[in-house]
Design a protein around this ligand. Structure first.
Ligand code: PLP
Length: 405
């Protein structure tokens, strides 16, 4: 169905197999939220989930809750649920720490593993997310290695790991994970994928695609809360082989034996470090409930349809689309490139359309099919047209930038 009018969008919403998911989230209806690629809204069950942990398990059970409320198993049970959304069989995903810390663990592991073969380089690209560049630099510095910014084409016999973001945070460009992974394996290198902008947004098949290692945020498309613990994926075949250099007692085979000698846990648990943040895991559980029964194929189909609507209307306004035009090369966002981008993002916000800005000139429209309707996308584009017509993006107030743009 061509989405060329508001009534056609209403009809698409009426036929949408994901329409029922909207009520699983606390979205206020007063604003159109197109920033779920930065911070997803709370799942409706999040408040109760946090209350239950604080009131019943923490206050009620106190220390006994480590055993009785199953706190110890949370990072792995929830990890398996995230695993389902990214094509990972159970036992390969843990929820812990931040994406930055998890990336450090995995890159350090690849550098240590590669050393025997003289593989001392981490290969990435200069447009990768800044934290990924910082972490790669730190891991390489510590291991006496180097970071090369040559991208996948630069992978060779000196490469310990290639690390890339599957979906670019600025433009939404999506890479061919299966092909890049296979090509790197051909050169004997591992690949560490950052799935922050694709987990919960596009169908992923990590096991099937032969992925080695991956990390990602849970606070964007997965809706687990601001600063929620991230996930890491270590393919089963690598678990007995790789070491965790943010080695802590929760990665020990028997943390409560309090042994001075470190014996790594078998399986994914060895990539844990310290005590899991149990309160922070409560909204992760609520979010996984909100995701239950959702087909990633439905998510992707709706995401692509909304992206095409956005691109058509952005083109009609004469603005530059910075995202790839081919759906297969585009993740769950449409970006506009404009020298007036910051003003556009702020004026849109004031008009009730929440988007964000990434320097130097990118406005991002995030597409989150569980709670974004086709009419919302249509209305957001009406909002953009009105902002431009009124020149609201040129308001002198936007000369000063907010701390979080
Ligand atoms: C691609 C990517 N990687 C990593 C991060 C940061 O992750 P964390 O704050 O969990 O370390 C972000 C945050 O936006 C991101 O977009």
């Amino acid at each position: 169905m061509a989405l060329t009018s508001r009534p056609s969008c209403e009809a698409a919403d009426a036929a949408d197999p994901l329409a029922h998911a909207l009520e699983r989230f606390l979205v206020d209806g007063a604003r159109i939220y197109m920033d779920g690629n930065s911070l997803g809204p709370p799942p409706a069950a999040a408040l109760d989930a946090v209350t239950k942990v604080v009131r019943d398990q923490w206050r009620g059970g106190l220390i006994s809750s480590w055993n009785r409320a199953g706190w110890l198993d949370q990072p792995f049970l929830l990890g398996d649920q995230v695993g389902e959304l990214i094509g990972a069989a159970p036992g390969q995903v843990a929820i812990c720490d931040s994406t930055s810390v998890n990336l450090f663990k995995l890159l350090a592991a690849t550098l240590a593993h590669g050393r025997a073969e003289g593989r001392r380089a981490i290969v990435t690209t200069d447009d990768n997310f800044p934290t990924d560049l910082y972490v790669a630099g730190a891991a390489a510095e510590l291991a006496g290695g180097t970071v090369l910014l040559s991208g996948a084409a630069g992978v060779d016999s000196g490469t310990a790991a290639l690390t890339l973001s599957h979906v670019d945070y600025r433009t939404g460009r999506m890479l061919d994970m299966a092909a890049i992974t296979a090509a790197s394996h051909g050169a004997g290198a591992m690949v560490v994928w950052d799935l922050s902008h694709s987990a919960g947004a596009v169908p992923l098949a990590l096991d099937e695609w032969g992925v080695d290692l991956a990390v990602g945020c849970t606070y964007k498309f997965l809706n687990c809360g601001p600063g929620a613990p991230a996930f890491l994926y270590v393919a089963r075949r690598w678990q007995p082989v790789l070491a965790n250099f943010v080695r802590g007692w929760f990665g020990h085979a028997d943390p409560f034996a309090f042994s001075p000698a470190f014996t790594p846990a078998p399986g994914i648990a060895r990539f844990m470090s310290g005590t899991p943040g149990i309160i922070g895991l409560a909204p992760v559980a609520a979010a996984m409930e909100a995701w239950s029964g959702v087909s990633m194929a439905d998510v992707r189909a709706k995401s692509v349809a909304i992206a095409e609507l956005l691109i058509e209307r952005i083109d009609a306004l004469g603005l530059e689309v910075a995202s790839p035009r081919a759906a297969a090369e585009r993740g769950p966002q449409v970006s506009v490139r404009s020298a007036e981008g910051y003003g556009l993002s702020r004026a849109l916000g004031e008009a009730g359309v929440v988007v964000d800005f990434r320097p130097p000139d990118i406005v991002r429209f995030g597409i989150t099919p569980l709670y974004l309707r086709f009419v919302d996308a249509w209305d957001a584009m009406d909002g953009l047209a009105s902002v431009i017509a009124a020149g609201a993006h040129r308001d002198a107030r936007w000369a000063e930038r907010a701390r979080v743009p």
